[in-house]
Design a protein around this ligand. Structure first.
Ligand code: DGJ
Length: 519
């Protein structure tokens, strides 16, 4: 778990829009919005261009004012280091880096060309810094290390900043790998022996099918093509991108040892269409090997198969932390499911300041949208999202105590084939598809607090407690209450019985239920 101020911490966050932390004035209403939504953390960009406008001259005044403003509001921050990469481009490199193309070399998606035109960017030229350029790595690492050493002095005592994301959506577009002379020479050269041995050895257990097949068919040693066959170029690009990012992270950790994350622009069609070499699910083993200073690999999930991505990112024992996802009406149920099922570190809708206001394609809402499901095109209701966050925040200690155990489970309407959670003698079943209530934003989290007692966070379902004891197959309710946790203590709002003993959760509901089984 993520530990903050000596205690396990659940990152109930939102990521602000890219430009919202460029001035304090722009950030303040966003922090206020975070409070309205009962978030406990805001994911906030810190950009290389603003902290080092001139080489070697650092300005942390904006960073400090953001931290102080967050602190005043009892908010935590996850800082996003927009260094050499932002969405696989070098948007946020300072001008002295951007303009010195000799010293800070660009990647060459096509041999001899440091830019390409990509249809995705509406005719905008695509260019990015090279992962193979030592000068860029040194400059980026120096700036990041300065930021971390500043944070240590300014924030170590309070721990307002709870983790740092190193770069943003790394990788290369327009080609599977860099075609500069130096990249070509490395690609023709041998794969480092220890890496080849790792991929053919321990990594084989978890590698995705397509990767496993390529490694199994390849030679034990030799050039990248010989060892990794049809996956060689992407593995090559991922290896060098991961090494770069790891070196930046290591320089920062040497100054201040905060947890560090990377985030991925997920696969869409072929590598190069999505940024090749980034920490996508398929490349997790490659990244894990080359980037030991990264504590968590995070997916930015705008695609339809949200749960498939979560499964993939948990594949190698990686904790689930979602720094970006769409803010449509599945956001709340997915947040609850991530906590209850994946025991996630955290969850953050992107552009959260617009929840309940604007619902734009920049929120990622339109990516992978399935038009047969209107809920994907329906914005997340702000009041509902606030309720989910407040409730999870209030239960945070109890939930965290149950992380890593079977006492905390969840089911969700998006995965209707699983609707029952087993806890020793009892099972909790969520009826998410009935003639009376059939909605796709169903979710049910169950936390077992004693052998016969459960806390439930549920929406759009009926809940039933069943007995798994053959001798005592019948179950009766002893006590059912709705209510809330205040200062860690349960406070009932109503004792539910009669008609209400039917446990029907028409809207997001927090319940406490005690049962007994009899023969
Ligand atoms: C993913 C990026 O990481 C974010 O910074 C932002 O650009 C979103 N895409 C926009 O949808």
């Amino acid at each position: 778990m993520l530990i903050v101020n000596g205690k396990p911490f659940l990152v109930l966050a939102g990521e602000m829009h890219n430009s919202s932390s460029s001035t304090l004035q722009a950030a303040l209403p966003v922090f206020d919005k975070a409070k309205e939504l009962f978030l406990n953390t805001v994911l906030t960009p810190v950009t290389w261009e603003l902290i080092e406008p001139e080489e070697g001259v650092f300005d942390f005044s904006l960073v400090d004012s953001l931290i102080l403003a967050a602190r005043e509001r009892s908010l935590k921050l996850g800082l996003l280091w927009f260094g050499a990469w932002k969405n696989a481009q070098c948007f946020y490199a300072p001008s002295w880096v951007k303009t010195d193309l000799k010293r800070f070399r660009r990647a060459q998606p096509v041999k001899g060309q440091n830019k390409v035109f990509l249809p995705l960017f509406h005719g905008m030229e695509y260019t990015t810094l090279s992962a193979f350029c030592e000068e860029t790595l040194q400059a980026d690492s120096r700036a990041f290390a300065k930021l971390m050493s500043h944070l240590k002095v300014f924030d170590e005592k309070d721990q307002t900043v709870v983790y740092v994301q190193v770069e943003n959506e790394t990788g290369l577009q327009g080609a599977v790998r860099d075609h500069s002379d130096e990249a070509d020479a490395l690609f023709e050269g041998p794969v480092p022996e220890d890496f080849a041995a790792y991929m053919r050895g321990p990594a084989m257990e978890t590698l995705r099918k397509d990767m496993r097949a390529a490694v199994a068919e390849g030679n034990p040693g030799g050039s990248w093509k010989e060892v990794f066959g049809n996956q060689a170029e992407e593995i090559f690009q991922a290896s060098y991108t991961a090494r770069y990012v790891d070196a930046v992270a290591a320089a920062g950790k040497a100054e201040y040892d905060l947890p560090m994350a990377v985030n991925a622009w997920l696969e869409i069609n072929e590598p190069g269409n999505y940024p090749s070499g980034g920490p996508i699910g398929k490349m997790l083993e490659v990244w894990k090997y080359h980037a030991p200073h990264i504590d968590v690999f995070c997916p930015d999930i705008y695609v339809r198969d949200f749960l498939g991505v979560c499964d993939e990112f948990c594949r190698i024992g990686n904790p689930l932390l979602i720094p970006e996802t769409s803010a449509h009406s599945y956001a709340g149920p997915r947040l609850v499911y991530c906590v209850g099922h994946y025991h996630a570190w955290g969850f953050a809708p992107f552009g959260f300041e617009e929840i309940g206001e604007v619902f734009s394609s920049s929120l990622g809402a339109l990516f992978g949208m399935d038009t047969s499901d209107p809920l994907l095109a329906t914005p997340q209701d702000a009041g509902e999202y606030a309720w989910y966050n407040r409730t999870l925040n209030d239960c945070q200690e109890l939930l965290c105590e149950a992380y890593g155990t079977k006492r905390l489970q969840a089911v969700i309407g998006e995965r209707p084939e699983t609707d029952t959670m087993c806890f020793g003698r009892f099972a909790v079943k969520a009826i998410m598809d009935s003639p009376h209530m059939s909605r796709k934003d169903s979710v049910c989290l169950a936390l077992q607090t004693a052998s016969d007692e459960f806390i439930l966070i549920a929406n759009a379902c009926f809940v039933r407690v069943l007995s798994l004891d053959r001798e005592c197959p019948n179950v009766d309710l002893l006590c059912l209450e709705d209510g809330e946790f205040r200062g860690g203590k349960w406070e009932a709002f109503r004792r539910l019985n009669g008609d209400e003993a039917n446990i029907a959760c028409w809207k997001p509901t927090l319940l406490k239920v005690k049962v007994f089984a009899y023969g």
